[in-house]
Design a protein around this ligand. Structure first.
Ligand SMILES: C[S@@+](CC[C@H](N)C(=O)[O-])C[C@H]1O[C@@H](n2cnc3c(N)ncnc32)[C@H](O)[C@@H]1O
Length: 244
């Protein structure tokens, strides 16, 4: 049974990440096409996550930070000992898709329509395993560290992230050029307007750390080990594992 909790993410009327919400509600359709056509390697990334989850021998709880449509998590959790899934996302269309995606799964599901920055700051719940796909790179470095600390302090086993990552020594502009040159030819299911929206989003909102930077942030946040476990075929997206 899926229970959807709609939270007032900022009761005083201030939204921590208003820009992200407006952008993603507008761009959701285009992003969903990228997920469906697998140009961001969601399937391969999900398989790496699933392999890690299959090693768990006891029932575990799973936090999906910025869950989107939850398609990656649903595949990754299949056949594992997951007992409870908790997804958080700021975009209402994402929450609705996630609810449909997780309908009928054999584990408990909670979905929060909420800002993960506020959720993790204000109502941290202990979990065994935390996951975040393609969503922390909008935060500036100090805010990434704060969030990773909060995740570390409430996670008992490990965190995995899948995020854009600059090569060591590559600046943001060079990364964006490299990423778009590799990705845009793959976006054959998008309209020109949608390509423009996504490109604008990447140029204006994305703040990827270097590979070493992502690893250092995890160690600084308190994780005992940090390593890379996967890179997508265009080498722009990297998966990291941080053990508590
Ligand atoms: C690029 S999508 C990634 C979705 C999913 N994790 C995946 O890998 O496909 C980014 C997601 O983050 C959500 N998001 C962005 N900022 C957020 C925030 N501050 N709080 C909650 N969700 C947020 C968006 O609504 C969107 O669903």
């Amino acid at each position: 049974m899926v229970s959807i909790h709609i939270h007032q993410f900022a009761p005083e009327g201030t939204l921590v990440d208003e820009h992200a919400m407006v952008q993603f509600q507008k761009q959701w359709t285009a992003y969903q096409k990228l997920v469906d056509s697998d140009v961001l390697a969601h399937r391969a990334a999900g398989a790496v996550l699933r392999a890690a989850l299959m090693d768990e021998t006891e029932p575990f709880s799973f936090l999906d930070i910025a869950c989107g449509d939850a398609s990656l998590a649903r595949r990754a959790l299949e056949g594992t000992k997951v007992a409870h899934y908790h997804g958080i996302d700021l975009a209402e269309p994402a929450i609705e898709l996630a609810a449909r995606m997780l309908d009928g799964v054999p584990y408990e599901v909670d979905l929060d329509h909420a800002d993960f920055v506020a959720s993790l700051r204000d109502r941290p719940e202990p979990v065994d395993i935390a996951w975040c796909g393609l969503s922390l790179h909008h935060l500036v470095t100090a805010d990434k560290l704060t969030l990773l600390r909060e995740i570390h302090d409430t996670t008992s086993d490990f965190l995995m992230l899948y995020e854009p990552a600059r090569h060591d020594g590559e600046d943001r502009d060079a990364f964006v050029r490299r990423f778009l040159a590799a990705q845009e030819p793959l976006w054959t299911t998008l309209t020109l307007e949608e390509i423009g929206q996504i490109e604008h989003h990447i140029r204006t909102c994305d703040l990827p750390e270097t590979v070493s930077g992502w690893l250092d942030l995890g160690r600084e946040a308190g994780f005992s080990s940090a390593k890379t476990v996967f890179a997508d075929p265009t080498d722009g997206l990297v998966m990291f594992r941080y053990d508590v």
